[in-house]
Design a protein around this ligand. Structure first.
Ligand code: 9D3
Length: 264
């Protein structure tokens, strides 16, 4: 996969692209990660990339020319690279992702969708708006990472890239493989413990020291379910649950709302 990030602050990506799992994925040749300073594509002698909005009002708006030119350049580079490698011509089909507070909320489903692409181009801005023609005629996706205000699209782009690259084949060792994501069936994780068995008087649950693996699995599943009900009940709507688990949930909800218990 090829990933290009258009930003006025390329140095922000140096540490993230070079370290840990992303750095290893890049070293193994599983992904290419590049930044492009779209100021280099400014079409005027002062290298300006923004201008005042038509119709007045405060703030600045990112001009279309530098961003169109930068995207068209990386798309051209990608197709040249592809034809040099004698690959099937997927000429110029890139997903062009605009990072913005008004975008669709980024989810694991979106990460899986983007992980199936060959070329991703991210556009990051900093407090300015974007000329609407960028949205209308260049961008394929608009993404936000959540309802809080940041200073720019760079950190959100890093979040999305991290979530996508770890899904690419060969990036994770089979130990912590992406299989475990779906394994958990959309529930929160159960509590984990390691040595010592007693720390400052706080004991590890006896169940985990019992060696009864089938019972331990049941305990963990019950812990996951109870924790999800307490912290993220919204996840239960789409979780994969057995009939027995649904019954337990119904009785637990009834109990928490102070209802008299069902007879057995
Ligand atoms: C003046 C109106 N503001 C939009 C709600 C301006 C504005 C605030 C913050 C414009 C850009 C930004 C910087 N944030 C992002 O570019 C951004 C972001 C975010 O702030 N939160 C969550 N996801 C994202 S993706 C890009």
């Amino acid at each position: 996969m090829r990933i290009d990030v258009l930003t006025l602050f390329p140095e922000m990506f140096d540490g993230v692209f070079g370290s840990s799992i992303l750095g290893k994925a890049r070293d193994k040749g599983l992904v290419s990660l590049s930044t492009v300073n779209f100021r280099d594509y400014a079409n005027n002698k002062h290298n300006t990339v923004d201008d005042t909005p038509y119709g007045g009002g405060g703030g600045m708006v990112l001009k279309p020319e530098p961003i169109f030119a930068a995207v068209e350049d990386v798309v051209r580079q990608a197709s040249e690279q592809e034809s040099a490698r004698d690959e099937e011509s997927g000429t110029g089909k890139a997903r062009v992702v605009l990072m913005c507070p008004q975008g669709e909320k980024f989810t694991q489903a979106k990460a899986r969708e983007l992980a199936a692409e060959e070329h991703l181009v991210f556009i990051c801005g900093h407090y300015e708006g974007y000329d609407e023609r960028i949205r209308e005629h260049l961008v394929t996706d608009e993404l936000s990472i959540g309802d809080y205000v940041l200073t720019g699209g760079e950190l959100p782009a890093m979040v999305v890239i991290d979530a996508v690259v770890r899904l690419l084949p060969g990036v994770l060792g089979n130990e912590q493989s992406a299989v475990r994501d779906s394994f958990s069936d959309g529930l929160l994780e159960y509590p984990h413990y390691t040595r010592p068995p007693v720390f400052r008087g706080w004991k590890v649950p006896d169940m985990l020291l019992s060696g009864h693996h089938a019972e331990i699995e049941k305990w963990r599943r019950a812990q996951s379910l109870a924790r999800t009900l307490a912290r993220r009940p919204d996840l239960l709507e789409s979780a994969e649950l057995s009939d027995k688990e649904r019954q337990w949930l119904a009785s637990e909800r009834a109990r928490l709302s102070g209802e008299a218990p069902e007879p057995d």
